[in-house]
Write a new protein. Structure first.
Ligand SMILES: C[S@@+](CC[C@H](N)C(=O)[O-])C[C@H]1O[C@@H](n2cnc3c(N)ncnc32)[C@H](O)[C@@H]1O
Length: 262
C-alpha cells in the first residue's frame, strides 16, 4: 500500500484529478480509497495509543481524520460533564453508566478519567465496532444491540445513560420503542442525556431519507427535532429536566431526562 501511495503522490496534481474523476462518480469506490488512504497516512496516536481504523471512525463521524475523531470525542465527554453540572449532578456520582450507540468508543474512551469508580458498558448495532471496543477498551464491557428492542440488559440497571447522536438517525417508531426500552433498563431516578439535531421551525419532527448509501441500514437516516416536540413527546417517557441548544460539541442539542421514581 505504501508503494502505491508513493506512486500516487509522485503524479502531478492534474493527472491525479483526471484519474479521480470517474472514481468520484462512484461514491462507494471513492469512499473505500479515501479510507485506505487515511489509514496509510495516520500519524495520530488516538488515546493511550488506541485509535480505531479509519472505516470505523468514518461510520461515527463521516470523516476519516484521526485528529478530529479524538478532538470531538474529548469535547463530547467534557460536554456531558458540563451538562450534568447544570442539573446539579456530577459524573462521579454515578456507578453504572451505559453508552448507548457507543460506536467505536469515540466518547467512551475519554469517560473513564471523568468517573474512575464507575462501571461502564457500551452497546451498538455495529458488530465490528463492538469487537474493536471489546479488544481495546478493557475498562468497559460491551454488548451487541439490535435495530429494535429488546436489548439484553436487566431492568433498572443503569443510573446514567448517554446517547450521543443516535436519536439523530431514527424514525419516530424506532425512537419511541427505544425511549421505552431505555426507560426499562434505567434505575428509578436515573439520568439520561440524549442529543438531537435541533429544528428552528415548527415542523416538530423531520426524518430525512438522505444518508450515505451503502454505509448504514435503510432505517438509519437523518432526524431533526424541535425543542417543543421534545418537551411534549419525550415527557411521555421521562421528566424533561433541561434542553441545551448546541450543548454537544457546539453542534447537537442536549436533552436531559430523568426516569420517574417507581
Ligand atoms: C453517529 S454514531 C455516534 C456514535 C457515538 N455515540 C459517538 O458519538 O461517537 C451513531 C451510532 O448509533 C448506533 N446505533 C444506531 N441504532 C442503534 C441501536 N438500535 N442500538 C445501538 N446502537 C445504535 C450506530 O451504529 C452508530 O454507531
Amino acid at each position: 500500500m505504501s508503494l502505491l501511495l508513493k506512486l500516487w503522490h509522485s503524479l502531478p496534481l492534474q493527472s491525479r484529478a483526471v484519474i479521480l474523476k470517474p472514481v468520484q462518480r462512484n461514491a462507494r469506490i471513492y469512499r473505500w480509497l479515501m479510507l485506505r488512504h487515511a489509514d496509510a497516512i495516520d500519524q495520530a496516536d488516538g488515546v493511550d495509543g488506541c485509535l480505531p481504523p479509519a472505516e470505523m471512525r468514518y461510520r461515527v463521524s463521516s470523516s476519516p481524520h484521526a485528529d478530529e475523531f479524538v478532538r470531538v470525542g474529548k469535547t463530547c465527554a467534557t460536554d456531558i460533564q458540563s451538562a450534568l453540572l447544570r442539573i446539579g449532578r456530577d459524573l462521579k456520582s454515578f456507578t453504572q453508566i451505559l453508552d448507548f450507540g457507543c460506536g467505536c468508543g469515540r466518547t467512551l474512551v475519554h469517560m473513564k478519567n471523568l468517573a474512575p469508580e464507575a462501571q461502564f458498558q457500551g452497546t451498538d448495532i455495529d458488530a465490528k465496532a463492538i469487537e474493536w471496543c471489546t479488544t481495546n477498551l478493557p475498562f468497559a464491557t460491551f454488548r451487541l444491540s439490535k435495530e429494535k428492542p429488546p436489548i439484553d440488559y436487566v431492568g433498572d440497571t443503569f443510573d446514567f445513560i448517554y446517547v450521543i447522536s443516535v436519536f439523530t438517525h431514527l424514525d419516530e417508531e424506532y425512537q419511541f420503542l427505544w425511549l421505552e426500552e431505555l426507560r426499562r433498563i434505567a434505575k428509578p431516578g436515573a439520568i439520561l442525556l440524549v442529543t438531537v439535531h435541533g429544528l428552528d421551525d415548527n415542523r416538530g419532527f423531520v426524518f430525512e431519507r438522505e444518508y450515505e448509501k451503502g454505509l448504514f441500514p435503510a432505517w438509519y437516516q437523518i432526524t431533526h427535532h424541535s425543542q417543543e416536540y421534545i418537551y411534549s413527546n419525550f415527557s411521555k417517557y421521562f421528566d424533561v429536566l433541561d434542553y441545551l441548544p448546541r450543548g454537544m460539541n457546539a453542534h447537537q442539542d442536549v436533552v436531559l431526562l430523568q426516569k420517574r421514581p417507581a
